[in-house]
Design a protein around this ligand. Structure first.
Ligand code: DX5
Ligand code: ZN
Length: 219
């Protein structure tokens, strides 16, 4: 399995201090910056545009892990890549042809991820999982930060891990939503290796300590 990566979600950062918040997580040892993009259609909320990504790109060296919770991802992928995205993740629920979508994302020279909502069975990805660099399991209903981790997703993480292992490819297994210092241990045992955390990281009094604690508990 890959080394555990921590991907703080800037949805929970202080919007007035975004630049400083990014510096803080970089100094604290985060591996990715998780950028949530919402269109008010695929999910009932709005978040971050390519312009924000472009501005933030200047203040961080970390890879930008861009999670597109939008109904028409194809329209916007190029704009996010040009703005500085390193990984682009789209949702299974809006993608008919995954293999083609993975090729489309790769054609811009970035890594490709595919995500599933809690009620979407992971078996849907069985056929072309090997086309992707990352699989993102939503552990809450997408749309908002600060929700509680859905425990039954641990079974899905296990299934995903075995699909990935079967593929023989080096695919990251990311989880997103309600991730805390307490629940990372089980999630990692089930096979997760990239941990998105919004509230847990940005609402912590000591960001460095909380990231270290997550890593420790993930061992
Ligand atoms: C939810 C987003 C998450 C969210 C996680 O739709 O995809 O990335 O910011 O926030 P927490 O960690 O607070 O649940
Ligand atoms: Zn996300």
């Amino acid at each position: 399995m890959n080394k555990i990566k921590i991907a703080p979600s800037i949805l929970a950062a202080d919007p007035v201090q975004l630049g400083a918040e990014l510096k803080k997580i970089e100094e604290a040892g985060a591996d990715y910056v998780h950028v949530d993009v919402m269109d008010g259609h695929f999910v009932p909320n709005l978040a971050y545009s390519p312009d924000i990504v472009r501005a933030l790109r200047k203040v961080s060296k970390l890879p930008f892990d861009v999670h597109l919770m939008i109904s028409e991802p194809k329209k916007y992928i190029e704009a996010f890549v040009k703005a500085g995205a390193d990984i682009i993740t789209v949702h299974e629920e809006v993608t008919d042809d995954y293999a083609e979508m993975a090729d489309f994302i790769h054609s811009f020279g970035v890594k490709a991820g595919i995500s599933v909502k809690p009620n979407t069975p992971i078996e849907k990805l069985e056929k072309d999982i090997d086309k992707f660099d990352l699989v993102l399991i939503m552990t809450v209903e997408p749309g908002f930060g600060g929700q509680s981790y859905i425990e039954s997703m641990n079974e899905k993480i296990k299934k995903t891990r075995s699909l990935i292992d079967k593929s023989g490819k080096n695919i990251e297994l990311e989880i997103d939503g309600g991730v805390t210092v307490e629940n990372v241990s089980t999630a990692v045992k089930c096979g997760a290796d990239v941990l998105v955390a919004g509230s847990t990281v940005f609402r912590a009094p000591d960001v460095k300590a909380v990231i270290a604690e997550m890593r420790e508990n993930a061992k």
